[in-house]
Design a protein. Structure first.
Length: 216
């Protein structure tokens, strides 16, 4: 039986992954770099390359990388001052599961950005643990974020279901010994989720997996 559901944040609970990509694409274009959704989805979300590495591979002089990334991060933080929409079905499934299972969030985003999104959506009270990039030395696809969440919640892997939107996140959960359901978004829809316990296109389908235990 599943006692705990651990959610990714960006691109799964919130449409912030798309917002982040569009701002990155906008800033890259100002530095004469062409960034397509397919390239970003593959290199950043699947292969887990950082924005800086992507910029260099697209031809940016290494001396210009930091100024460009600072500008992108500045615009993204300004954008988060306005509410970022929850993805379809998220509020419904969170409200349905609240009080039925314990829930947490495991994300590669910094704490302050996650807190801004959760407060604006009014969902911060729903999660017993939130693991961010500030809490770990190795981010996804390394298992450390999920292992830390297990430790904080004092729960065994076999009683936990992870929910992710990217292969990078799926690898992290799987390496931590968790079953994981994939809910692709517009940037990850073409990815291969072989390690997933299931691939769904509606987050509300997650409830179907809560009566099963074991590792995918």
């Amino acid at each position: 039986m599943i006692d705990v559901v651990l959610w990714d944040n960006d691109g799964l609970l919130f449409d912030s992954e798309q917002v982040f990509f569009e701002l990155t694409q906008e800033v890259f274009a100002e530095w004469n770099l062409e960034l397509s959704p397919d390239y970003w989805g593959r290199e950043y979300l699947d292969l887990a390359k950082r924005s800086r590495q992507v910029a260099v591979e697209l031809g940016l002089d290494s001396e210009l990388v930091e100024p460009m990334i600072r500008e992108r991060d500045k615009r993204y933080l300004e954008r988060l001052a306005d509410p970022v929409p929850l993805r379809p079905g998220v509020r419904t499934v969170l409200d349905e599961l609240h009080g039925q299972v314990r829930m947490g969030v495991v994300t590669g985003s910094p704490r302050h950005k996650v807190d801004m999104m959760h407060r604006s959506a009014g969902i911060e009270r729903l999660f017993e643990a939130v693991v961010t990039a500030d809490d770990v030395t190795m981010t996804k696809p390394h298992p450390e974020p999920y292992l830390l969440a297990l430790d904080r919640l004092r729960v065994e892997p076999g009683r936990v279901l992870a929910v992710e939107d990217s292969v990078r996140g799926l690898r992290s959960a799987h390496a931590a010994g968790l079953r994981c359901v994939a809910i692709p978004n517009q940037l990850t829809a073409g990815h291969s989720f072989e390690l997933a316990a299931g691939v769904e296109h509606d987050v509300r389908e997650v409830t179907r997996y809560l009566g099963h235990s074991g590792i995918a």
